[in-house]
Design a protein around this ligand. Structure first.
Ligand code: B12
Ligand code: SF4
Length: 473
């Protein structure tokens, strides 16, 4: 029996400024590893010869590569177009192609038409069967992995990608109980917060080559007392293992509420946390269903300060273009970021992603402007406006984004933030690189937007994104 050759491919979308290495050297310091493919590789029997292709490092010359027996492609929604291009290439060579991941799960019918097999849900429970069927030449059209038992997760293959990534990746929990209206996580990974056994996480952490790690969990510490207790145990175990690694993670603002948790996180190597503030106004938070941020008496600046006192950087995430947002929102978000005292901000346009409550609402209200799928998926990067906003024109909302960026990422403000983090011994170098990379990415987004508008003028029906604001139908 000859060894079977498997290519696992992460398609790239050049419109995602965050992963654009060729145009921003700062992004070289934060090219994120495609963990889904590393996990799939970890689930693959040793008699398969595996190659992971991360197109974010540059697309290879596929025709020059040896012919594989099977191709597996992952795709977020914004990567779907490119995924179909790559699939078409391999199918033209009669190589079977299987797609999995969030887009395949949410847009099953569309994906089915373009590949040989689709895996919906999490792959752990089903990937072995897919490989066996592929080996026997009898792939089914559809497989469903459902939700995996986190006690049974295999370690990802951290050895397969080339060296040169600045940051490794690991996952310690899945699912989020909070179910915000714009977010795909609850729809895909469920409301139940599932935690991996701590010894498994520590063992896998050791396998990571990079000194810096992204913990990809959507909500590292969870929401309930038992979640927090487990997070503390995890941090104790990581500190005890003395891994000499630093890491960044995502959490909700309750991360700030427990001094012991913060001290343990810092001791375990935590140097940064992404926190979803989402909107500077209570009305905005209500609109997004982010009630967790509306807890009475919550003092954001004090919370941020408490986290930073443990030498942990805080990145604040915001969404622009809500029905409750009015002209001036760009400035308001920048001011909120400064007032809260965060080290950087990440702002995206309100974007209906398939499978979310926001998608259902926008569709029902006929407000999705870019809906010529699959071509238009490439614009679902959160950096480009794809929908009709209640109070903004197309140019208007983009100007708000520019004003936000110009304000928050002005050089004097960057300098002040970096000096403060130097003074407070809070990873000033990371702060500097992250700020410069965000500043550069906003400029790239401007370029992408100019191209997008040129195309829009040339090809698109002028009624798709009106130049005047439109109230919901
Ligand atoms: C880390 C992360 C990133 C990283 C790294 C991405 C990467 N390539 O690894 C960065 C920061 C670059 C990023 C960027 C973006 N992200 Co992001 N990201 C995540 C996050 C937090 C974790 C992803 C992860 O590694 N999960 C762990 C792995 C193991 O799980 P998984 O990917 O789901 O894979 C499992 C299954 O899906 C399945 N599977 C996946 N692929 C395949 C393929 C095959 C063949 C098979 C059989 C199975 C299979 O098997 C795996 C094991 O069970 C997710 C949230 C989440 N919970 O997934 C958001 C998420 C995926 N991101 C999202 C978005 C919107 C984006 C951006 C568009 C916008 C942005 N600015 O953040 C960009 C787009 C990037 C691009 N086009 O290249 C959305 C995607 C929604 C959607 N419908 O597409 C998510 C779900 C967050 C959300 N709140 O909604 N992201
Ligand atoms: S935005 Fe964050 S808190 Fe809200 S559902 Fe998604 S992962 Fe959970």
């Amino acid at each position: 029996m000859h060894a079977m050759r498997l290519y696992l491919i992460n398609p790239s979308n050049p419109l995602v400024s965050l992963v654009n290495v060729s145009e921003s050297r700062w992004n070289r310091y934060r090219v994120w590893k495609p963990l889904s493919l590393m996990v799939l590789a970890g689930l693959t029997a040793p008699d398969w010869e595996i190659r992971i292709v991360d197109e974010n490092l540059g697309a290879p010359d596929y025709p020059a590569m040896p012919r594989p027996d099977l191709v597996g492609i992952t795709a977020f929604t914004s990567q779907a177009n490119r995924a179909y291009e790559v699939a078409a290439h391999f199918r033209s060579l009669s190589v079977p192609v299987v797609i999995g991941g969030i887009h395949a799960t949410m847009c099953l019918d569309e994906v089915m038409d373009r590949v040989d097999a689709v895996v919906t849900g999490e792959a752990e429970g089903i990937w072995g069967e897919v490989l066996e069927d592929a080996r026997r030449g009898c792939l089914k059209r559809r497989y469903d992995g459902g939700l995996a038992k986190t006690s049974e997760l295999a370690a990802a293959r951290h050895d397969l990608l080339p060296a040169g990534y600045a940051v490794g990746a690991i996952q310690t929990t899945r699912g989020c109980p909070l179910s915000c209206s714009f977010c795909s996580v609850t729809a895909f990974n469920g409301t139940q917060y599932r935690q991996r056994p701590i010894p498994d996480v520590v063992r896998e952490f050791r396998m990571i080559r990079e000194k810096r790690v992204l913990v990809v969990d959507d909500n590292l510490i969870g929401t309930r007392p038992e979640h927090l207790a487990r997070a503390k145990d995890l941090f104790r175990a990581l500190a005890q293992a003395d891994l000499r690694k630093t890491w960044v993670a995502q959490a909700t603002i309750n991360f700030a509420d427990d001094e012991e948790l913060l001290a343990l996180a810092a001791k375990a190597g935590c140097r940064g946390v992404f926190i979803g503030f989402e909107s500077p106004s209570p009305e905005g938070l209500l609109e997004l269903g982010k009630k967790f941020n509306l807890v009475k008496g919550r003092d954001f600046p004090a919370s941020v300060r408490r986290i930073q006192r443990h030498a942990i950087l805080v990145a604040g995430s915001f969404i622009m273009g809500l029905d409750t947002d009015q002209p001036g929102i760009g400035q308001q978000i920048a001011e909120a970021g400064c007032r809260y005292g965060v080290d950087m901000i990440n702002v995206g346009f309100l974007t209906p992603l398939p499978g979310t409550r926001l998608w259902d609402q926008m569709k029902a209200e006929k407000r999705i402007a870019l809906d010529a799928y699959p071509e238009d998926w490439q614009y679902y990067t959160l950096n480009l406006p794809v929908t009709r906003y209640k109070h903004f024109t197309l140019d208007g909302i983009f100007e708000e984004m520019e004003s936000c960026s110009r304000n928050f990422y002005s050089l004097p403000r960057i300098l002040r933030r970096v000096c403060t983090s130097l003074w407070q011994r809070r990873a000033p170098l990371i702060s500097l690189i992250a700020n410069l990379s965000c500043r550069r990415n906003f400029l790239l987004d401007g370029k992408a937007y100019a191209g997008f508008k040129r195309q829009w003028r040339a090809f698109f029906d002028p009624n798709r994104i009106p130049l005047q604001p439109q109230a919901p139908a």
